[in-house]
Write a protein that binds this ligand. Structure first.
Ligand code: NAP
Length: 318
């Protein structure tokens, strides 16, 4: 059978550099959503680039699909296990964003504990001159002990930064690591051992709603939850209750269960500091992610070797 000429499927709302890099090499079909590709186009698609949901059903419809080059390190929206079974390579963009995301995790922690965004609003709205100083914050970073849920590439960068803040760090992950941080054998044990919990695990079925009412209770009334992993990891309804009734003190969130929709109850809570999924969103870091995604796609289609395959697909690399 003749080889299908490369043709790339991409969502039209996409990073401009990734579009330009891919368009320079291959014809691109743009769609609003990946699953909106028509049946007549489906068999001509050899690659998917960027972001978007890639279910097993979509992989099956794209009968000549060879590679899914994800723009981002988290690939829970892609059925990578199914892709691997069908010999379809899946790549992501690890490492190039870890330091940037860790910076934002620490910034979000400071914003949450010291209420910096609210203090700035106090100034901008003229309340400093009119009504006086911004109230003292009830919380401080001083004296806190931090637990990191997921000590991978990003978690390690967060831990390094917290060491410079003189904060003791412990962690929970699937595997114990050779690191100078205390290991806790479960998420609940970690939450019990610390008063500040930072989520840096991937999304997906294994972590879904793992930060639940029990874990929040274990964190306690001085507790602060920071999430820069995935919104699905936290039981959002339980978190809203915990913030409203003082089960924990505050939360800082960059990610949400149903983005871009954020529950009004969360927005209304004064002890929640909220960001619209911006942890990697600088031009420099997004450019590096775009280049790595494009390089992966090109390397797989031209040379049959991906630069950064996801673990499920690493064995496909020649
Ligand atoms: P990584 O290097 O693969 O690290 C993931 C860590 O989570 C590892 O320590 C891993 O444990 C742990 N983990 C995975 N599944 C687990 C489970 N079921 N139970 C307990 N621990 C589990 O990934 P990374 O590069 O640090 O990225 C982490 C996540 O951050 C991404 O998947 C993405 O969702 C998120 N992220 C968010 C943003 C943002 O803009 N907010 C940006 C980039 C990434 P082991 O080490 O024991 O395997």
């Amino acid at each position: 059978m003749p080889e299908t000429a490369p043709r790339v499927l991409m969502q039209s709302r996409m990073n401009e550099r990734l579009k330009a890099r891919v368009e320079a090499e291959f014809p691109v079909l743009y769609v609003d959503r990946l699953d909106a590709v028509s049946d007549s186009d489906a068999s001509s698609i050899t690659a998917i680039a960027g972001w978007g949901d890639v279910s097993s059903a979509l992989i099956d419809r794209l009968t000549n699909l060879k590679v899914i080059a994800n723009f981002g390190v988290g690939y829970d929206a892609i059925d990578a296990g199914h892709a691997a079974q069908k010999g379809v390579m899946v790549t992501n963009t690890p490492d190039v964003l870890s330091a940037e995301v860790a910076d934002v995790a620490v910034g979000l922690l400071l914003n949450t504990v010291r209420e910096l965004p609210r203090a700035e609003t106090h100034l901008r709205e003229g309340n400093w001159a009119r009504a006086g100083a911004y109230p003292l914050t009830g919380l401080t970073l001083r004296g806190r002990s931090v637990g990191i849920y997921g000590l991978g590439r990003i978690g390690m960068e967060i831990a390094k930064r917290l060491a410079a803040f003189d904060l003791p760090v412990s962690y929970y992950a699937r595997h114990r690591k050779d690191v100078p941080y205390a290991y806790e054998a479960s998420l609940e044990a970690l939450a019990r051992a610390v008063d500040t919990l930072i989520v840096a695990v991937p999304g997906g079925a294994a972590t879904e709603k793992s930060v639940d009412a029990e874990v929040l209770r274990a964190l306690g009334p001085q507790g602060v939850l920071i999430n820069i992993g995935r919104g699905t990891v936290v039981d959002e309804a339980a978190l809203i209750d915990a913030l409203a009734d003082g089960t924990i003190a505050a939360a800082g969130l960059d990610v949400f269960a149903n983005e871009p929709h954020v529950p009004q109850a969360l927005i209304d809570l004064p002890n929640a500091s909220l960001l619209p999924h911006v942890a990697s969103a600088s031009v420099a870091t997004r450019d590096a992610m775009a280049d790595l995604a494009a390089d992966n796609l090109i390397a797989w289609l031209r040379k049959g070797r991906a630069l950064t395959p996801v673990p499920e697909c690493a064995h496909l690399n020649r």
